[in-house]
Design a protein around this ligand. Structure first.
Ligand SMILES: C[S@@+](CC[C@H](N)C(=O)[O-])C[C@H]1O[C@@H](n2cnc3c(N)ncnc32)[C@H](O)[C@@H]1O
Length: 435
């Protein structure tokens, strides 16, 4: 029998195609501006306000190629949702609750694939030779992104598909005439299958558990790639809990416990962790608690502010591990303020006379017909720099009230330096007033 071989076109590894796929990914050359510095210790974290693509390009343009030990990302899922959150005013206007957009997740399939492809290519380049990527997705995108990651990382670097069971769901989610959807997928890739860092994790043995002939010796049950699926491995989503002290109110916030597990297993102490879809700040907060350095970004000012407050309140008083914020965006919704700063020798009288947040005033008027809001009701916090250098703002103290309390608005610090006051509204929009 005569046989012929037909040469098929295309790459050896199957890959995804979408309309307009551009395989070349030129870096952006946007520069980041250093805005704020928090804490006096070594700068262990960098928080970028801007697009993840600009942040990753900036890192690659500034010597970070091959330096990151661990990437965790929980990007938008391309699910066609418009995520919003509720914002409650403070003080005398605390009866007012407005609904504001948090972020949009509205894409065509092709745009979403191109968006993820470009970022995965750059993430692969920032990872070190022993580094890993964890990509948190839902079932709608998991299989497309698996093929995309195979293309970018190489199939040999696919390590595990982790199935995270969300926990017992109730309400409308449990009404589906179908199997109840109850898990997210986390794709785990290495940069090099022979050298990736991994510290195996264990769940404690159940009470009364006996290993045959040995009793209860050993480290526990090695964790599997199905999480929150047994009595030994409890990890219910904070989204289905009515109360969790972790909750920031940011939609789609993930549990610290997930990040603890990933960071402990896949980065050494002192290592560098990156999340360029930071949301409420979970990765940065956990990396800091676990003595890792971190790089983070989010395009939404509300996310960056939620993360900043989270890092400040959890570390206030022991700001030995400092962090800095950088900006790619030029602010478009800047509030205005009038601040009187009077100096009697080294003693200062700082008094906020007025503050106007156009976005909050407009939302209160449109959603509730309410005018003449007290300025204190719209302010989340006031930060003060006692030695402002005219460029980066370095926080010396913060008026960061809890829950529905309002900022004081008058302060009497001592300094001979130049004073700058940063006032931040409930949405994370800010104004800086300097002497
Ligand atoms: C699912 S949330 C992340 C939640 C986060 N893991 C947490 O625990 O809070 C996705 C985040 O990606 C951000 N985002 C969307 N597009 C972005 C982009 N192009 N660059 C940076 N961040 C982006 C959104 O603002 C949102 O905060």
């Amino acid at each position: 029998m005569h046989r012929t071989t037909v040469q098929t076109p295309g790459p050896a590894t199957p890959s995804l195609l979408w309309p307009g796929k551009a395989a070349r990914v030129p870096l952006s050359d946007r520069e980041a501006t250093l805005c704020d510095v928090y804490g006096y210790g070594e700068e262990l974290g960098r928080l970028f306000r801007g697009d993840s693509f600009d942040m990753l390009s900036w890192l690659l343009n500034h010597g970070y190629a091959g330096t990151v030990d661990l990437v965790y990302i929980d990007p938008p899922f391309g699910g066609g949702s418009l995520y919003s959150r509720k914002v409650q005013f403070r003080g005398v206007d605390s009866d007012l609750v407005i609904q504001v957009p948090a972020y949009q997740d509205l894409w065509s399939d092709a745009d979403y694939m191109q968006f993820m492809y470009e970022r995965l290519v750059l993430l692969h380049r920032v990872l070190s030779e022993t580094g890993s990527l964890y990509l948190h997705v839902d079932t709608a995108q998991a299989h497309y992104l698996k093929v995309l990651c195979d293309e970018v990382f190489g199939r040999e670097n696919f390590q595990r598909e982790i199935v995270w069971r969300i926990g017992w769901v109730s309400g409308y989610k449990s009404q589906a005439k179908n199997w109840i959807r109850n898990h997210d997928t986390i794709l785990f890739y290495s940069k090099d299958p022979a050298h990736f860092y991994f510290d195996k994790q264990y769940a404690p043995y159940a009470a009364g558990y006996k290993r045959r002939g040995e009793g209860k010796k050993g480290k526990g049950h090695p964790l599997e790639d199905t999480w929150n699926c047994s009595d030994q491995d409890k990890l219910d989503s904070i989204q289905i809990k009515s109360f969790s002290h972790e909750k920031t109110g940011y939609p789609t916030q993930k549990n610290e416990q997930i990040l603890e597990r990933i960071i402990r297993s896949s980065s050494p102490e002192g290592g560098l962790v990156l999340d360029c879809f930071l949301g409420s700040g979970t990765t940065a907060a956990v990396a800091r608690k676990m003595s890792r350095r971190w790089l983070a970004a989010d395009v939404s000012p509300a996310a960056v502010h939620t993360s900043r407050v989270r890092l400040l309140t959890e570390g206030l008083g022991q700001l030995s591990s400092g962090f800095a914020t950088y900006d790619f965006e030029s602010a478009t919704q800047t509030p205005t303020a009038e601040v009187a700063i009077e100096r009697k020798s080294n003693k200062l009288d700082i008094s906020i006379k007025s503050f106007q947040s156009p976005v909050l005033a407009e939302a209160a008027s449109r959603q509730h017909g309410r005018e003449g809001i007290d300025w204190r009701s719209t302010v989340d916090c006031v930060l003060v720099d006692l030695n402002f250098n005219g460029q980066a703002f370095r926080m010396d103290f913060a008026d960061l009230p809890q829950a529905q309390l309002t900022v004081k608005g008058v302060y009497g610090p001592r300094t001979s330096g130049r004073v700058a006051v940063k006032i931040i509204d409930l949405l994370g929009n800010e104004v800086l007033v300097a002497e």
